[in-house]
Design a binder for this molecule. Structure first.
Ligand SMILES: [Zn+2]
Length: 239
């Protein structure tokens, strides 16, 4: 395995001009060392930065778990992500999630392609968060009250209880009161999958606030804290 495609998830400085990358590839995650890429004349620099989708030619060293980069070339640029600050920040969250979970290359690429081309980037972000929650064995209760199982009068989300609550169980000190639309958005996202993404986007109005609830659930139940999400919050007044 000396040539392969991959997405750079992390990039850590190890010596003056060298970096160690974690790259998501069709064969899983690979640690790759790139020597001299931070020198100004390096031809590989532009293809080894975080978020790049590149073709890597490497030097196989059977004795080491770390592969050594020979050179790299671009496979594809995601221009809408590059040029839109909101999409770019969501992309940072995607890469952080992909680094911290076991997502496969094909799915990861599909999420990124959709983030680049969709109309509402918060919608694909919500779907990825729901998928990560599902794959960590967490199912948010969105079809009935998580406390009394009533299907009627749902009006709020409880992070500590992991689902929707009804008017009778609602406690304003513990639960987020949500609008009917917001409840609908989260329910759709919780039931959606990549295959029916278009239907989710058409039927929902997922927003920064919606994904923030999911980030909070992921933090609590999936034990994943998304540092990049904080930057997205900073951008909100400008949006
Ligand atoms: Zn209830």
């Amino acid at each position: 395995m000396s040539d392969f495609k991959g997405i750079v998830l992390t990039n850590t400085l190890i010596h003056d001009h060298d970096v160690l990358m974690n790259v998501l590839t069709p064969f899983g995650k690979i640690s790759m060392k790139a020597k001299g890429v931070l020198k100004t004349h390096s031809k590989n620099r532009n293809y080894t930065e975080v978020g790049c989708y590149s073709l890597f030619h490497t030097i196989d060293k059977n004795t080491s778990k770390i592969v050594l980069l020979k050179n790299a070339e671009m496979v594809k640029r995601f221009l809408n992500i590059e040029h839109d600050l909101i999409r770019k920040s969501i992309y940072s969250c995607f890469l952080e999630i992909m680094n911290k979970t076991d997502i496969c290359f094909e799915d990861a690429l599909q999420y990124i392609e959709i983030l680049d081309s969709c109309a509402n980037p918060y919608c694909i972000y919500a779907l990825l968060l729901c998928e990560v929650l599902r794959s960590s064995g967490v199912s948010i209760v969105v079809d009935a009250c998580v406390l009394c199982s009533s299907e009627k009068g749902l009006c709020a989300l409880s992070i500590p209880d992991g689902g929707f609550v009804c008017v009778h169980c609602f406690d304003q000190t513990r639960h987020y009161h949500l609008s009917v639309d917001e409840l609908k958005n989260l329910r759709y996202a919780a039931h959606a999958s990549l295959e029916n993404y278009q239907a989710l986007e058409a039927a929902s109005t997922l927003s920064f606030q919606s994904v923030s609830y999911l980030v909070e659930l992921l933090h609590r139940y999936g034990e994943i804290t998304l540092r990049s999400h904080a930057f997205l919050e900073v951008l909100q007044p400008l949006a």
